[in-house]
Design a protein around this ligand. Structure first.
Ligand code: BES
Ligand code: ZN
Length: 458
């Protein structure tokens, strides 16, 4: 194919690409809130429509126990490799909604950025893939390789349905490599490929004390306070120096390569400074004996996300709540299995719980971490594509976030997994004012098209 034609198609249609992304973003497909089930369905159908329009076959919504999957395929390149492409059309909740500068589900362009929930995570990045496929098909009437697309609607809520589907029908997903477009790069000038992600277990620890809420004057001193129990549990799980006290948790961490260890230690790209700047804090917390990059990418962490219970309204109410809950997650570097981590966590929480209260540990969801090899051919094809569009070879780094399907593709389908995304560190993922850079959106489309071309052995 003449590269110039591809370039001209993409530049001619940039405006429409953005409009189609905006149409998708307006659908509030929040997977964790049951009242959005209809929106989830509409967002899935929107993706099917995209696939149909560019000439994909078998384009369909696949019902699951949870939110539907979207599938489509184009398998008419005999002798060429097959790429399985993943994305997710569900998004995180929007609260605190008052901190959004524009309405969370009304896309708003300000400067180089498109603001909307899902702009970066992950509708924007999935649209990058759709438009790269569309451009290749439109210009050449065919794709350079075979492609299967599998999009889920539950990623932000644990991704159980896609996992069940991949386990049940691996033969329907036969491929030579998988591609996940749901990560970011350190800056617009510094392309990156992701070589590792942490796994996760997400839990709710519920503490029940007295049979009803109590007056804190009449009973304070003798009544169990579930919040205090939670405080004891939380500080017992992780101390002020960032060390986790869950026996056995650190045992199976997969050792990092020398190259990675040196990168973490030397921090040649001054990522530590960038991290402090992004967070708006002066100092890192955590395990002082490990470099900050290793703390995020190669070490487990325990984090508390929210506590529920008692009185949180205006003013004062002197009550000892009967029940309190904490949402607590662990991030798990590759090597630590999530089910084993959950068992160790639960045992430790029970051990920390004082007598006189009832403690229940619920598992909300879990997923495995992964480390993928950098020398696989598809990874090199992606690296070459980034070099072509960004004028600079990518760095290979890990991410501390989790995409549980990555480990499943790697371990169950047994294929190399390319994680290449075009988000930026200041995209406000999961937070108010989520955004996606428009220049990254358009450059991503060009890069993904190149990546597919580079994967074909002509
Ligand atoms: N896109 C993120 C994962 C991610 C975050 C990758 C940062 C690279 C850098 C994804 O949508 C996500 O948020 N995943 C959840 C998974 C969880 C709910 C199982 C996460 O990491 O919290
Ligand atoms: Zn996310």
């Amino acid at each position: 194919m003449v590269q110039a034609q591809l370039e001209s198609y993409i530049s001619q249609h940039e405006g429409r690409f953005l409009d189609e992304l905006m149409g998708w973003l307006r659908i509030p497909s929040i997977s964790t809130l049951p009242e959005h089930a209809g929106d989830i369905r509409r967002a899935a159908e929107y993706a099917v429509e995209q696939l149909k329009r560019m000439g994909f076959e078998q384009a369909q919504v696949i019902a699951t126990q949870g939110h539907p999957l979207v599938y489509g395929e184009w398998l008419k390149a005999p002798g060429q490799p097959t790429l399985l492409i993943y994305g997710h059309y569900d998004v995180q909740p929007v609260d605190p909604v008052e901190l959004w500068e524009s309405s969370p589900f009304e896309p708003s362009v300000r400067g180089d950025n498109l603001y909307c929930r899902g702009a970066a995570d992950d509708k924007g990045q999935t649209m990058v893939v759709f438009k790269a496929l569309e451009a290749l098909m439109a210009v050449d009437g065919k794709l350079p390789i075979n492609v299967r697309v599998l999009i889920e609607g539950e990623e932000e809520a644990g991704g159980e349905s896609i996992e069940a589907y991949v386990r049940a029908y691996p033969e329907r997903l036969k491929c030579d490599a998988a591609f996940i477009c749901d990560s970011h790069m350190p800056s617009k000038e510094l392309p990156a490929l992701i070589t590792g992600l942490r796994g996760i277990i997400y839990t709710e620890v519920e503490v029940r004390g007295a049979k009803r809420d109590l007056h804190s004057g009449s009973y304070g001193g003798v009544a169990p306070n579930p919040f205090h129990t939670l405080a004891v549990i939380i500080t017992g799980l992780k101390d002020a120096q960032g060390h986790i006290h869950i026996p056995g948790l650190y045992d199976n961490i997969r050792p990092a390569s020398e190259v990675e260890k040196n990168f973490w230690h030397d921090d040649p790209l001054h990522m530590n400074e960038m991290l402090l700047e992004e967070m708006g804090v002066r100092e890192f917390t955590g395990e002082a004996e490990y470099p900050p990059l290793e703390r995020i990418w190669g070490r487990p962490t325990v984090e508390v996300h929210g506590m529920v219970g008692g009185f949180t309204g205006e003013g004062a109410k002197t009550v000892i709540p009967a029940v309190a809950k904490a949402k607590i997650s662990l991030r798990l570097p590759a090597g630590i299995r999530s089910d084993e981590a959950f068992a160790l966590f639960e045992r430790r929480v029970m051990e920390l719980a004082p007598a006189g209260v009832e403690v229940i540990v619920h598992k909300v969801h879990g997923g495995e971490g992964v480390i993928v090899p950098v020398d696989a051919a598809p990874m090199q094809a992606a690296a070459a594509a980034l070099k072509e569009t960004y004028g600079k070879a990518p760095i290979f780094i890990r991410e501390g976030g989790s995409i549980p399907i990555a480990a499943l593709f790697y371990n169950l389908l047994g294929v190399p997994v390319v994680m290449m995304g075009f988000g930026l560190p200041d995209d406000n993922l999961h937070a108010p004012n989520e955004k996606y850079s428009l220049s990254q959106f358009y450059k991503g489309i060009r890069t993904v098209a190149r990546f597919l071309q580079n994967m074909s052995h002509s």
